[in-house]
Ligand binder design. Structure first.
Ligand code: AKB
Length: 316
């Protein structure tokens, strides 16, 4: 059966990469990109596009009715750092948007839905190292507890309505094609831009703040692999842990220095994002993803840094 894939929030860091990858596999016409703003440069003119506001029920219903998608990816969200500046707006967008999409996916009998969760679902009392799939979860950011509540809704719609929802708890994502927007892990992308442009970077996280991260190529491959997996093999309908690579700003800077010897990093020790990072895991255990859908990471830190610099240099 031919797919009709609706990607909501297509202009963001994950969306632009996912739309490009999905159009490569399924053909341009099969992938409808949508966002609240006009199409980002990376996906402009490469296939169908709809203006969509997930909070506007009539607008969203019309898009589902018009395109009758077989798969929906909901990527529209407010991330951790911006969420702390606008807590109620973040809660509303992240929750109400998800509920609209889940309801319309049931109504229009969508085959599969993808919704991203995050390492932000963990909190200060979660185990910090090799954080397991199931443990104490006490997120203290609005973004984090909107993602945790969202996971519960996803599992609920799977159990109650048979909706085939799939999800990943993404680590911080590092890619060269698009910029991140408003997260705590954004430093790990900004550092590459500044290293190439200025040769210096002031990190808003301290030198030894370890966080789980992942190269975008791995994240997109993980998403596609999960979406292609036979439903019967999936034992988790909330969201899968995904570990990636754990590194600190100092370790990332040292790796960049191997390519740009004059690169210098400094640290701002007065940024509110530090407290968010301190509440998150330092490394993640993703044994369920390995077992259920044969997940294996490809990019370690040196490979990621090399690929980032080679590609960014061409476009900066
Ligand atoms: C953020 O920093 O808010 C996101 C995330 C880890 O979900 N990148």
């Amino acid at each position: 059966m031919s797919e009709k894939i609706l990607v909501i929030g297509a202009n963001g860091q994950i969306g632009t990469e996912l739309v490009t990858a999905l159009r490569g596999i399924h053909g341009a016409e099969a992938v409808i990109a949508s966002d609240i703003n006009s199409a980002a440069y990376a996906i402009r003119n490469s296939g169908p596009y709809e203006l969509a506001n997930v909070l506007d029920k009539d607008n969203l219903h019309h898009i589902f009715e018009k395109h009758r998608p077989t798969q929906v990816y909901l990527l529209a969200a407010i991330l951790s750092a911006v969420g702390e500046q606008k807590p109620k707006v973040a809660w509303d967008l992240n929750m109400t948007g998800l509920l609209h999409v889940l309801d319309f996916s049931v109504e229009f009998k969508v085959d599969k839905v993808f919704w991203p969760s995050s390492i932000a679902v963990f909190g200060p009392h979660s185990p910090q190292y090799q954080t397991p799939q199931y443990c104490v979860m006490d997120p203290n950011t609005v973004y984090g507890f909107s993602k945790l509540a969202g996971e519960r809704w996803c599992e609920y719609y799977f159990t109650k309505y048979g909706l085939d929802v799939r999800s990943i708890r993404y680590p911080g994502l590092v890619g060269w094609r698009a910029n991140p927007g408003g997260g705590t892990t954004d430093y790990a992308v900004h550092i590459f831009h500044q290293a190439l442009k200025a040769g210096t970077y002031e990190s808003f996280l301290s030198a030894d703040t370890a966080l789980p991260m992942m190269y975008m190529d791995d994240a997109i491959r993980a998403t596609m692999t999960l979406m292609d997996a036979p439903a019967a093999t999936l034992s988790i309908r909330s969201s899968y842990n995904l570990s990636g690579i754990s590194f600190t700003p100092a370790q990332l800077a040292a790796e960049i220095k191997k390519h740009i010897p004059n690169f210098e990093i400094s640290y701002n020790d007065n940024d509110p994002r530090q407290a968010i990072a301190d509440s998150w895991p330092k490394s993640i255990n993703d044994s369920y993803a390995q077992k259920d859908w044969n997940w294996q990471l490809e990019y370690d830190l040196p490979k990621m840094v090399e690929d980032m610099l080679v590609n960014l240099k061409k476009i900066i």
